[in-house]
Design a protein around this ligand. Structure first.
Ligand SMILES: [Zn+2]
Length: 84
């Protein structure tokens, strides 16, 4: 089964949920779907990696709300890159 759904539509849809994915807050079916998508899609995989990195850094910061803000900005920038 290899439905290679390329095109940023799918990526954008998933990108909406990637920060929850990184936080482990997604329900199982969606989580698996994203994992499978990331096996085929380098763009989304890289996106998740950068979100993870920022999230890990966030734990080290004294001001979590600033990290949240930065995380949001990075994820927006990444999403914009997916769109182009
Ligand atoms: Zn993708």
């Amino acid at each position: 089964m290899s439905e290679h759904q390329h095109g940023s539509g799918r990526c954008l849809e998933l990108a909406e949920r990637l920060s929850e994915f990184v936080d482990g807050e997604l329900p199982e079916p969606l989580r698996i779907e994203i994992e499978q998508h990331n096996d085929e899609c380098t763009k989304c995989k890289k996106f998740v990696e950068s979100l993870r990195r920022v999230r890990d850094l966030a734990h080290l910061l004294p001001r979590p709300e600033l990290a949240q803000e930065r995380l949001r900005r990075i994820s927006e920038a990444a999403r914009r890159r997916l769109e182009s």
